[in-house]
Ligand binder design. Sequence first.
Ligand SMILES: Cc1ncc(COP(=O)(O)O)c(C=O)c1O
Length: 249
Amino acid sequence: MPAPMMDTYSPPDLVFDHGKGTRLYTEAGDAYLDFISGIAVNCLGHAHPKAVAALNEQAGKLWHLSNMFKVPKGIELAEKLCAATFADRVFFTNSGAEAMECALKTARRYHFVNGNPQRYRIITFTGAFHGRTFGAINAGGNPKYLEGFGPAMEGFDQVEFGDLDAVKNAVTEETAAICVEPVQGEGGVRAPEDSFLRGLRQICDEHGLMLIFDEVQSGAGRTGKLFAHQWVEGAEPDIMAAAKGIGGG
Ligand SMILES: Cc1ncc(COP(=O)(O)O)c(C=O)c1O
């Protein structure tokens, strides 16, 4: 009989039973130091007592209501995120890729409701990774992730990461937004010069473009600030996607 789960990452023959802090334990009782953290997700480690207590408390009170209703802790988190960032409002969804889909849609929609539906193109960068949904693999533009999934989606213009002149040359009357990871994760932990992020902000201001930051991997404290772009003055985005560590896993 074939294995019941797709081996998309070719996992090793280990089965993990539980974790504590930075350690993972197999069913056989062997301990491993977890350097992967669910790919930059478990920022509080495994089974942190405060996270477990908060989850247990909530699970005993209220499970899922959809975005159709308000939940006190959801409002509290949205208020905290707005207070700690440039943002005025927060939209909650299920994953980093979906947060990116929301960001891309928000940028296009902004131009649509302002009477400019022809502005739909999004400038993206070499080495980018934005998730594995259809929109996100096309925004990422990595041929490895696009192969075998049909024609590439229209509307993304990829330029060299870090090259402000290339960005300027790529802007047209149809450009809606620039989308970038302030520190590229999958692209090799690449941090651009501060002047690059500032320059992107200026280009967006000059041309009325939305600046989208993908902080799915660089956010939630991984660079020492809540979000990586907060190290750079004058480089706030209009839209930002956050995920992974934001929920502690
Ligand atoms: C920069 C970046 N954006 C988006 C994603 C997609 O997040 P998720 O796996 O939660 O869909 C990832 C995941 O690794 C990422 O690193």
